[in-house]
Design a protein around this ligand. Structure first.
Ligand SMILES: NC(=O)c1ccc[n+]([C@@H]2O[C@H](COP(=O)([O-])OP(=O)(O)OC[C@H]3O[C@@H](n4cnc5c(N)ncnc54)[C@H](OP(=O)(O)O)[C@@H]3O)[C@@H](O)[C@H]2O)c1
Length: 386
């Protein structure tokens, strides 16, 4: 029985993680849940999973929650305040914390889980993009305390299990290409919010869905892979694979290539992370090989400049990735609000990265917070100026 804290329980990854728990009641026990705005769903989750601790940032919402739960669920302690998720992650005893928060808001909880000695199943890729050095420094001696949830990185973790690092020539992350694969830059400038939110393969939260439409998501995954597996950027490649069946490949120095194939269902990598290193039955249908054609194609780097931008900021290091991630969050929100066309998202991020004149080393959260708030403000100014 593994005890779990699930941060972002009302989101796409969070709800699928609870589905995994629901199917494996003898393996997992929920000891903490954290969410932000979806109170109704959270109440349902509390009633079903009876976690002893729940975190919700807004104190008024916390009070409402206490009243709603009332007589029936007395044993639940509600933690509130802006750092509620971080405190839950740090203070509540759990074998594993699943961080499925979205955006840079996830970093403090990632650090808290690792600093308090817990194992972290990490969906919140922004934690590694922004604070990769801080995060990896915390688990230098125990790398097994960080388990990836992202499907490509879960694939790599499986492919690299038991292999010698010096035998790896390169790793290849696949991406479906999102809803706009094959579109030109001109076409992309006219993409609507509705079209951008209609991902052909994965059902995900709005931020990652837009990141998938611009391929910023793939770019961030390159940085994530660099930190998780200690692989140089020159050895990390990206290829499009519209069917979403092959999640990653590894090429070894003898010319062998291994790949991981699975149906595009996030419950599989989530379950693998929660049960790591064990595999449990999922009920997810295996890939119907005879009915599938598997195709691969290069990324159109002109139409989707986010990939090269991510390589560039990854290689620059320091606070550049934090600036990219923060500016991207602001620009994605502006696109979702109809303020800017899709192509402006990466242009704005690129502009803010280019203006980042005082990069600092990532030795403390303070430097990251400073870079983050500067980038958010600068991105907002650029958006408002137009
Ligand atoms: N979705 C996928 O298939 C997928 C795959 C791979 C990686 N990821 C990564 O996993 C992370 C989560 O993605 P998602 O698609 O699940 O996002 P999502 O559906 O938008 O869910 C985000 C969750 O975080 C909660 N939240 C946001 N800010 C919070 C805060 N400050 N304090 C507490 N809770 C907060 C939200 O609460 P409310 O809903 O209550 O507001 C929600 O539960 C992202 O980093 C994404 O890149 C996702």
């Amino acid at each position: 029985m593994r005890s779990l804290t699930i941060l972002g329980s009302t989101g796409s990854v969070g709800t699928q993680a609870l589905d995994v728990v629901r199917r494996n009641p003898d393996r997992f026990k929920v000891v903490g849940l954290a969410a932000l705005t979806n109170h109704e769903l959270l109440v349902g989750q509390i009633r079903e999973f009876l976690p002893p601790y729940v975190a919700i940032a807004d104190p008024e919402a916390a009070q409402e929650l206490r009243e709603m739960l009332g007589q029936n669920v007395r044993a639940v302690e509600i933690i509130d305040g802006p750092d509620a998720a971080e405190r839950l992650s740090r203070d509540v005893e759990a074998d594993m914390v699943l961080n499925a928060l979205v955006g840079s808001a996830g970093l403090p909880s990632t650090l808290a889980a690792l600093q308090s000695g817990k194992t972290l199943a990490l969906a919140n890729k922004e934690s590694l993009v922004i604070g990769g050095e801080l995060v990896m420094d915390l688990i230098k001696a125990e790398p097994e305390r960080l388990v990836p949830v992202d499907s490509e990185h879960a694939a790599l973790a499986q492919l690299l299990r038991g292999e010698r690092k010096e035998d790896v020539k390169r790793v290849i992350l696949t991406g479906s290409g999102g809803p706009f694969r094959g579109w030109t830059r001109n076409d992309l400038a006219r993409a609507s919010v509705k079209e951008a939110l209609a991902h052909p393969v994965w059902q995900m939260g709005p931020k990652i869905t837009i990141d998938s439409a611009t391929l910023m998501n793939k770019g961030m995954e390159v940085i994530e892979a660099h930190y998780l597996f200690g692989i140089d950027y020159s050895q990390i490649h990206v290829i499009l694979h519209p069917e979403g069946i092959v999640h990653a490949l590894v090429e070894f120095r003898d010319g062998t290539m291994l790949s991981q194939l699975a149906s595009a269902d996030m419950r599989l990598p989530i379950q693998l992370a929660l049960a790591w290193p064990e595999r449990l039955p999922t009920g997810i249908a295996p890939v119907p090989l005879a009915d599938k054609r598997l195709t691969f194609e290069p990324v159109d780097r002109e139409a989707f400049p986010a990939v090269d931008l991510a390589y560039r900021v990854g290689q620059l290091g320091l606070t550049f990735p934090a600036v990219m991630s923060a500016a991207n969050e602001v620009a994605v929100m502006a696109f979702l609000e109809g303020k800017i066309p899709l192509t402006r998202v990466v242009e704005i991020v690129q502009g803010v990265v280019d203006e980042h004149e005082a990069p600092a080393s990532v030795v403390s959260v303070v430097n990251l917070e400073r870079a983050d708030s500067w980038a958010r403000q600068r991105a907002a100014e650029i958006i408002e100026a137009r």
